[in-house]
Design a protein. Structure first.
Length: 446
């Protein structure tokens, strides 16, 4: 008993001695938390300011239909959390939830059962009219007509889309990934869809991250590259922007994405010229049957590690959007291992190669772009998902200057189209696994 008493006293004295320091540490942590929260809030405010002029769709695929019985406060809280994650559009919501999207500063794709499933065009028209009576005429909202149609569906998709337009709405359709659908090549699939539906963009999904890498990854990754190649080709031929919906939630045999996976999916899409990104799923309450898990918001609406990863990347894309949206894709090539259906640098490419690194096999993707003002840009991506690599660019012709467009700082409004430029170190910038870097290249006058 005596030893126990002495032990208690010693612990008591220890706590008493350290209590002031503990309180100081606690206060410091609270101050830091508040400071980070303030900077986070400022970043979203800046993103909103940019989006007023340069809107780059960042689409969170969610299901608010399961929240139909929730209070307005509960829905508002969830949508604010989604918006604070850098998302600016949600897919899909009910017409009666449009006001909640407005309050959160979100655009949305509206789900109406007759628009999605009815073969009676009068019911489609009536459904759109009734929804617009609730929503009001607002270009922030579009109607989800179909997700992943087959070629035999295109005639119906086209009729529904025209009926939505004639009723005062704007339709949206998302397509299947690379494959042989209805006996068509994927390029034929896209061409027939465009001819039948006359869309305003090409939106598709492709999930290339598999649990069983030995069984799936080579084929899935090859399909992913082929998909980007074909969509870019058709997009340029028809003057249509394309959106890529990528994986953010593990389900079926698809694995839980990590930070490198997300950087890879986002920056490879941007290097090919994507003008919109979607995330499947962002919040999911209805996928218990296919083991859906680890989305940015879990089934309870709480944030997961993916929330912070994706938020950081969304803010990077938003920061670069004023430049990205003024670029035209000129070429895309691989350095190191060149996937099937792709190519390496050509005789006219700005970059001839990237110096071999002692840190691992080179694996880079380079997208070349022309800006509306005539300047040239590169998006360079480290496609190695395991190693950070130095990006020692070997230009075919020595440039006058190369600058990195810094994605972590929001410029003031009058300089937003130029971006914050950082001098490029000729020894090469290091790129994390999957990370992309946007460069402005000034060519020497001949």
């Amino acid at each position: 008993m005596k030893e126990t008493k002495q032990f208690d006293v010693k612990n008591g004295l220890l706590i008493s001695c350290w209590a002031p320091l503990n309180r100081c540490l606690l206060v410091g942590m609270l101050i830091l938390t508040c400071s980070l929260s303030g900077r986070a809030s400022e970043a979203i405010t800046k993103q909103t300011e940019i989006e007023a002029k340069y809107f780059f769709p960042l689409i969170g695929c969610i299901s608010l239909m399961s929240l139909e019985q929730c209070s307005d406060a509960e829905v508002d809280s969830l949508l604010k959390k989604i918006r604070d994650g850098g998302i600016n559009t949600v897919w899909s919501v009910l017409p009666q939830q449009a006001d909640a999207c407005r309050r959160a500063g979100l655009k949305a794709f509206i789900w109406c059962k007759p628009v999605r499933h009815s073969v009676d065009m009068h019911k489609v028209a009536n459904s759109v009219s009734e929804a617009l009576d609730i929503i009001g005429r607002d270009d922030r909202f579009r109607f989800l007509v179909w997700d992943e149609p087959l070629p035999q569906d295109f005639a119906t998709v086209g009729m529904r889309s025209r009926m939505v337009i004639e009723s005062g709405g704007t339709p949206f359709v998302n397509l299947l990934p690379t494959g042989t659908w209805g006996g068509l090549s994927y390029e034929q699939y896209l061409e027939q869809f465009i001819a039948a539906v006359h869309p305003t963009e090409i939106s598709y999904d492709n999930y290339c991250l598999m649990e069983d890498e030995e069984k799936f990854d080579d084929s899935r990754r090859a399909s992913y590259w082929e998909n980007l190649e074909i969509v870019r080709k058709v997009s340029k031929a028809h003057g249509l922007p394309f959106w890529n919906v990528v994986l953010t939630e593990a389900h079926l045999p698809y694995r839980e994405p990590n930070a490198a996976d997300m950087r890879f999916q986002i920056f490879t899409s941007l290097a090919y010229g994507a003008r919109g990104l979607g995330y499947f799923m962002y919040y999911n309450t209805a996928k218990y049957y296919n083991n859906g898990r680890a989305a940015p918001l879990d089934q309870f609406g709480d944030i997961t590690p993916m929330y912070g990863i994706l938020r950081n990347l969304n803010l990077q894309v938003a920061r670069l959007a004023p430049i990205l949206l003024q670029l035209s894709s000129d070429d895309v090539y691989h350095i190191g291992k060149v996937p099937a259906a792709c190519h390496g640098p050509g005789e006219q490419s700005l970059v001839a190669g990237i110096a071999t690194s002692d840190y691992g096999a080179n694996s880079f993707l380079v997208g070349e772009f022309s800006h509306q003002d005539g300047s040239r840009y590169l998006m360079v991506v480290n496609t190695n998902l395991k190693r950070s690599l130095p990006c020692n660019l070997q230009f075919r012709q020595k440039p006058k200057s190369v600058n990195v467009c810094w994605p972590y700082r929001f410029a003031v409004a009058d300089k937003i189209t130029v971006g914050y430029l950082m001098p490029y170190d000729s020894r090469g910038e290091w790129l994390a696994p999957g990370q992309g870097m946007l460069l402005r290249v000034e060519i020497q006058a001949k």
